[in-house]
Design a protein around this ligand. Sequence first.
Ligand code: FES
Ligand SMILES: [Fe+2]
Length: 419
Amino acid sequence: MFEGLVRDSSVDGRVYTSREVFAAEIERIFARSWSYLGHLGEIPRPGDYRRVSVAGRELIFIRHRDGRPRALLNRCAHRGAQLIGKACGRARRLRCAYHGWTYGTDGALRQLPLPDGYVGEDAPRAGHPDWALDAYPVETYRDFAFVRLQTPSNPLPLEEFLGPAREALDLMADRSPSGNLSVAGEPLAIVLRCNWKVYLENLHDGVHPPAVHESSIAAARAAARVDEPPQEVQWVAANGQPLAVFGDLKVRCHPYGHSDMSGFRKEADGEDPAYRQALAEAWGAERAGQALTRNLHNACFYPGASAHPQYMQMRRLTPLAVDRMLVESWTLRAEGAPESHFRRNIRYANTIHSPSSLVKPDDAEAYRRVQRGLESFPGAVSQHRRDSALRDSGTSTALDEEYVRAQYRAWREYMTAGR
Ligand code: FES
Ligand SMILES: [Fe+2]
């Protein structure tokens, strides 16, 4: 029944506005695919945990004492109470606040009050697997952890799922001389008043910046009329480059709806020579050079994550309702790189991606208007047919909507699989 909503280059508005479609997406797309859980740097020590919502389930992303992460359902096996109330913290045991059932950081039931009060074969017992917290498979790639809530008959390993889109994660990990990334503080969080797909459809959209970001481009141009404009001004002004520049940006579409795009902001300051050398010693000159010069803008890990490797940003995307989503974005610190590297990336996030920046609210308003427009009458359609460069060269660019069509090919696969 959902198949007819998506055509080759346009989509029925109900795909963005129907609660029924949204509920099916959560089960068929988000619960079936690998969803981004978090970076291991968020839980560096055994017992460190963070509450994460994935496909409508509340999970505890926690590091067990064997060093490996777990994804445990945040629900007590007794009467189902939420187990962890804090957003993040550290614990040796997870103790339910209601009657005190206590679990290990691997989810095993360790202790319960009045165990003799239970009789029969299926009585709750410490250590018995039937009474452990529900745990879901977690796989990591270069310390980025993903979870899958439903296991199909022939599950796809994470690495195969990510495919060539892995490059964005490799680039970030390879920018760390020690190979380690850490997470400094809380993410920037923004609730967008749009369906989750509206956000994904913007990730490689090179046509929108001159229009949507017009006011900040004008302000940046005015501020740039000095000898050495600050880097922040150059970052904002870069949105106002001619459309031909965006037409030169290659967009790659990968299997399962993933994609990435080359970057359009050049770094005027280059990188610290000592940093370059440390990277070359760690990874060899070629790989280090690649990590520093390969300029990827947004990468999309369909459906629930995106990254901006150039500025070390990883984002988790959480659909909250048919017309609302949460975007959390972390700026990862490359351990062993000079502090200036991290500071620059934080300034970038604050300038372009913070909810209070000059740029992000423009996008948020555009997404809200798309949502409002599609809700305004039942026959609404969203068009994704632009393919200016594809016609000539067979290659997709930031002026084409091929990556959006690829997202909907993946959407259709997920939504109709097994039907
Ligand atoms: S609900 Fe958790 S111990 Fe009773
Ligand atoms: Fe934008």
